[in-house]
Ligand binder design. Structure first.
Ligand code: GDG
Length: 745
């Protein structure tokens, strides 16, 4: 049984020296409380892990940490492993690259981003320090779960030293759209994405963040994905959404907690007969507090009837106050609060109660419970747990006003969703919330509460860790798939004892390497010689099954005693016979599709069309990769619209889009060939997505082999195209041995 190692920049505890005393504090925050609940709750089965370890940086001096341990004051839910960093390096890492480069960029504040080489270097240094420590404590069988934007390079650094390790990575903040991400200098972009791809499972809060990430790895690293599966450096990696939940039960239990009730009652007495609007945020320009205040100001202007009847309790939690942008933000917020309070207050009432301090858990819960409205309006937020905690805490009233730019908005769509920069919309939302009938409030709350209860933090953790196990299993399957000596031996024996053999081979990317232009992939003497030998063996039927047009196949391979299949099965030439067309199709459709492909040729330099008898293709292998990929997605969309309700299909191949008739594919063709030849040994080899049809159709009848590292339906893989001819040569050699009376051993 392995251990679970959680890695985050901050540890769940902090150690401070106050005079001669050492004070140990448990830190709050989403991640800490999530993981803590997971191990604390008795109703959760954590028995798959023998121990939980938390690795993070320690603010305190090493001797203070040692003293805290000796005092026995460190909580025992986790074993804590610490890293002590050089102060200047940590500053460049944390205040620098993490919070002055990645944080503003990933939250769509490009103008606040600092591009300093020394910050990036410090970031890599601290990530390296984490990797060194992890390698020191690692034991085979451990599961490593890395958290957040401070440690985006870490997975790769660990993978380098521990190639087989199980590594999950979760990003708690948004992953921005590629247009924003690409602002980073090239080396940084590569380093961050390659760093993340060191993990086996990469998690995000929302579908959009997953898509943005996939788009970025495509554009920057030219790495392809199939849905959520990425093939990178021979490894299968999964990326998916795991919207973080809250400890729902804890917030419901707080409703009956005595201390919380006491705090709540005294607040209700203080604000008797007034509606309470509430917000709590860390000090951060992403939280949209200035816009929120302007929205509240506009509400007071528009609705003077609420004077003295409403109060806005605004809590700001101190954060990152060593960074200039944060100091500036605090000043702006406080000026705005003074202006509003100065403008609207009376001697006995003030519209905003402002606090710049931490709240105890009981104070926080009491405020959640008594607030009539929660006004949560970040300009960007990965998720926003406060919104979820508020909904969970509401008893029989409560309205959530939530920014549509938070991750939480995709789950809490019964909230009043607002654009946080639109002050009039915010003002109107406040009015709607304050006047919403109680029945409606309760009905909306109950929908959201059900969802939060069903997908709580425990479900989130279980989901992530279970997926991680699945990815590891998938990887093992793929390793098993690589064609090994024993399987080749078995294939050769079956081949020798068969009375009729059929070998189906794709051409481009299988028999011949992919070239810059299709016309350059002319077969060389080596290939032609091998095909001659293989087809010359008694009882062998060799089929070249290609997407190419019949004329080219005829010109290059027509003289060989083999069967040729062109355009994925639209045309077939059996050995020694004439070409036959499958079915009789009108080619009228081409006139409708061709202009669209030509339009995309003019919009994408380097792309070209290929016209075959039954297929139209648009190739983009020679285009600038970014542009080619973008245009291919656009063209794919347009083609799909154009071909809806027609007998045409659009096939997304390897750097090519093809349009052809439905029912003409290598799978159906392969089955026809098997019916025709009736072989008792079949092997088929291919590299392209179009070959997958053939693998699927023949899997229970044949040895199916895929070239390359992509996910496949084939039973076996060969990693390189250059391995194909040597493999085929073994079939020639074993036939020769047979001829001279050797038996294969
Ligand atoms: C990241 C992402 C994402 C806050 N003030 C007090 C206090 N809190 C607790 C809240 C809540 C947590 O801290 C803050 O939640 P956030 O959602 O804002 O999360 P962060 O940890 O800041 O940030 C964010 C999150 O990760 C999780 O993935 O949602 O988008 O930026 O749990 O209750 N708790 C107490 N006193 C306070 O004054 N006791």
């Amino acid at each position: 049984m392995g251990r679970l190692i959680i890695i985050s920049n901050r540890l769940p505890i902090s150690v401070d020296r106050v005079g001669d005393d050492i004070v140990i504090r448990q830190s709050s925050g989403g991640l800490v409380s999530a993981i803590k609940s997971y191990f604390e709750r008795s109703d959760i089965d954590t028995s798959q892990y023998s121990e939980a370890i938390w690795l993070g940086t320690m603010d305190a001096a090493e001797e203070d940490w040692n003293a805290a341990n000796e005092m026995g004051g460190v909580p025992s839910d986790f074993k804590i492993e610490t890293i002590f960093t050089d102060k200047d390096v940590y500053d460049g890492f944390y205040n620098g690259f993490a919070n002055s480069t990645l944080w503003p960029l990933f939250h769509y504040f490009p103008s606040l981003v600092e591009y300093k080489k020394e910050y990036f270097e410090a970031y890599l240094k601290v990530n390296q320090q984490f990797a060194d420590k992890l390698v020191e404590i690692y034991q085979p069988g451990d599961t490593i779960w890395i958290h957040d934007y401070q440690l985006m390079s870490l997975s790769k650094l660990i993978r380098k030293r521990l190639p087989g390790a199980t590594i999950g990575f979760f990003l708690h903040i948004p992953f921005p759209s590629y247009e924003i991400f690409r602002l980073l200098p090239t080396v940084w972009k590569h380093s961050i994405l390659e760093g993340m791809l060191g993990a086996d499972l990469i998690g995000f809060h929302t579908y959009d963040y997953v898509q943005h990430f996939i788009q970025s790895i495509k554009m920057v690293l030219k790495v392809d994905s199939q849905f959520n599966t990425i093939n990178y450096n021979g490894r299968v990696i999964k990326t998916d959404l795991f919207p973080i939940g809250i400890d729902y039960q804890k917030f419901r239990e707080a409703i009956n907690d005595e201390k919380t009730i006491r705090v709540g009652t005294s607040l209700e007495e203080r604000f008797y007969n007034k509606k309470i609007i509430f917000s709590v945020d860390r000090l951060d320009y992403t939280k949209g507090v200035s816009f929120r205040l302007e929205g509240y100001e506009e509400f007071l202007e528009k609705h003077p009837e609420w004077m003295k009847k409403v109060v806005f309790i605004l809590n700001i939690i101190p954060s990152r106050d060593l960074i200039a942008a944060y100091i500036e933000r605090k000043k702006l917020i406080e000026e705005k609060i003074s202006t509003i309070n100065g403008r609207f207050s009376t001697l006995e009432w003030q519209p905003i109660i402002y606090r710049y301090n931490h709240l105890s858990f009981e104070e926080l819960c009491a405020l959640y419970q008594i607030a009539d409205v929660a006004l949560i309006t970040p300009l960007r937020d990965g998720m926003n747990l406060v919104a979820k905690e508020y909904v969970a805490s509401c008893i029989d009233k409560g309205v959530l006003i939530l920014s549509e730019l938070t991750g939480a908005a995709s789950e809490l769509n019964e909230a009043i969703l607002v654009n946080p920069t639109d002050c009039s919309e915010v003002a109107d939302a406040i009015q709607t919330a304050l006047t919403m009938p109680l029945m409606e409030q309760r009905s909306l709350l109950s929908h959201m509460q059900k969802r939060l209860k069903d997908y709580d933090v425990v479900k989130w953790i279980n989901d992530f860790l279970e997926q991680l196990v699945t990815v590891k299993k998938d990887q093992e399957k793929l390793v098993v798939k690589v064609l090994d000596g024993a399987t080749i031996k078995e294939m050769l024996q079956r081949y020798q004892s068969a009375s009729k053999r059929c070998i189906m081979l794709d051409y481009d990317g299988t028999l011949a390497p992919i070239t810059k232009l299709p016309s350059m992939a002319v077969p060389d003497d080596n290939l032609l010689g091998l095909m001659t030998q293989l087809s010359g063996i008694e009882n062998n039927e060799i089929v070249i099954i290609s997407g190419r047009d019949a004329d080219t196949l005829q010109e290059w391979l027509g003289h060989l005693p083999i069967t040729l299949v062109a355009e994925h099965g639209a045309l077939t030439r059996f050995k020694g016979e004439e070409w036959q067309q499958k079915g009789s199709y009108s080619a009228d459709w081409k006139d409708k599709v061709r202009p669209l492909l030509e339009l995309f040729v003019s919009r994408c330099a380097g792309s070209f069309t290929e016209e075959k008898k039954n297929t139209l293709a648009w190739h983009y292998r020679n285009t600038a990769p970014d542009l080619g990929f973008i245009r291919s997605r656009e063209l794919m969309n347009s083609l799909q619209q154009l071909t809806t309700n027609t007998p045409l299909q659009v096939v997304d191949g390897n750097k090519v889009l093809e349009v052809r008739m439905i029912g003409v594919d290598k799978g159906a063709t392969a089955i026809n060939l098997v019916d025709h030849f009736k072989p008792d040994f079949i092997m088929c080899i291919g590299d392209d997505t179009t070959d997958e049809d053939m693998f699927k159709a023949l899997n229970d009848k044949a040895y199916t082999i895929k070239i390359g590292k992509a996910n496949t339906a084939a039973q076996h893989t060969l990693l390189l195209q250059t391995e194909v001819l040597p493999l085929l040569k073994q079939f020639v050699a074993c036939a020769k041995k047979e001829e001279y009376g050797f038996s294969h051993s």
